[in-house]
Design a protein around this ligand. Structure first.
Ligand code: PBG
Length: 326
């Protein structure tokens, strides 16, 4: 037998051969597009630390939703920047059926845009202290008191027309409580995307600027979000959320947690999403701006890696641009 018997490079010799053998490719339907909301009309507000991403008033959000649907993106995810006067210790605004996010959902639905609308279930856009839940006497986040509000918040959003409610708070037991509340109210078709393995990451800074919670935040979120050093624990989190009734699970952040994504994909059959967070968006954009590489190539490589790791879909601020380019 001549040496070498197997030449791996034979498979890479021409574009058609590489195309034929490619294992993973991106498609517009892989994406969920996160969008930031602000009050006002015809209002666009740049977000300093998130180059190229803006907050939009509801009228413009409806336009963005139309563009996304036309580009083949199946769903958008909404995040509100709540007016300062509506933030409080008790996060009461989260339960207001006419709050910013509920009005936005209703507007997208009333406009007849054929796109899934996902809402963020968590209290950080509504609390005066920027935490995802209510504070106990000792300053820690009170799990069970928070879960009670989250379940009501999810129902308020579902009643506004949200197709998917997505708890991003990491309280224990919230998926089960939300599922029970939705079922009791007859909302059998409202899906739950659980931020199942969400880490206490340093990559959320630009997002916190976008929703206006960053400057308020006292302390950190390590008492509820996961320790970035833990991998196995993510499997426990996913298992619990699925057992409590989550339809889909998420790992967040994504680029630095591809090992976690791969392990979850290996062990569970449920649809799996990853969030390319604001800090990861900035990693690509700022590296490109500094001349460290070709921006489009870095971006496509990063997004393709999510698919290779085993994701069903990706939440990405780049979604519309990438859907157009595919
Ligand atoms: C908060 C929430 C955060 C993100 C989504 N929901 C930030 C946080 O947990 O502090 C981060 C998203 C991103 O960085 O793009 N409920």
């Amino acid at each position: 037998m001549s040496y070498p018997a197997t030449r791996m490079r034979r498979r890479r010799q021409a574009p058609w051969m590489r195309e034929m053998l490619r294992e993973h490719r991106l498609h517009p339907s892989d994406f969920i597009w996160p969008l930031f909301l602000c009050e006002g009309k015809n209002e666009t507000q740049a977000i300093g630390s998130l180059r190229g991403v803006s907050r939009f008033s509801i009228d413009l959000i409806v336009e963005r939703a139309r563009e996304a649907a036309a580009a083949g993106i199946p769903a958008i995810a909404l995040f509100p920047n709540t007016a300062d006067k509506d933030r409080s210790e008790t996060a009461a605004e989260a339960l207001n059926p006419d709050n910013l996010i509920c009005r936005a959902v209703r507007s997208v639905k009333e406009a007849g845009v054929e796109i899934g609308v996902m809402t963020d279930v968590a209290l950080d856009p509504y609390t005066s202290h920027g935490h995802d839940g209510l504070l106990a006497e000792d300053g820690s986040v009170d799990n069970d008191a928070t879960v009670e509000i989250l379940a009501r918040q999810a129902l308020v959003q579902a009643e506004a027309g949200a197709d998917i409610v997505a708890p991003s708070d990491m309280m224990d037991g919230r998926i089960g409580a939300i599922r029970d509340t939705l079922e009791d109210a007859g909302r059998h078709n409202t899906a739950i995307m659980a931020y199942a393995a969400k880490y206490a990451s340093s990559l959320y800074g630009p997002f916190r600027e976008a929703v206006g919670s960053g400057d308020r935040l006292k302390g950190d979120k390590r008492g509820y979000q996961m320790d970035p050093a833990n991998g196995r624990e993510a499997l426990e989190e996913v298992e619990l959320d699925l057992a409590e009734g989550a339809d889909f699970v998420m790992v967040k952040p994504g680029m630095l947690y591809l090992d976690v994504i791969a392990r979850v994909a290996d062990q569970f059959d449920a649809p799996l999403f990853a969030y390319m967070t604001s800090g990861e968006y900035a990693m690509v954009e700022e590296a490109a701006a500094a001349g460290a590489g070709d921006r489009d190539k870095m971006l496509m490589e990063a997004l393709t890696a999510f698919k290779r790791a085993g994701c069903t879909g990706i939440l990405s601020y780049h979604a519309l641009e990438v859907a157009h380019s595919l």
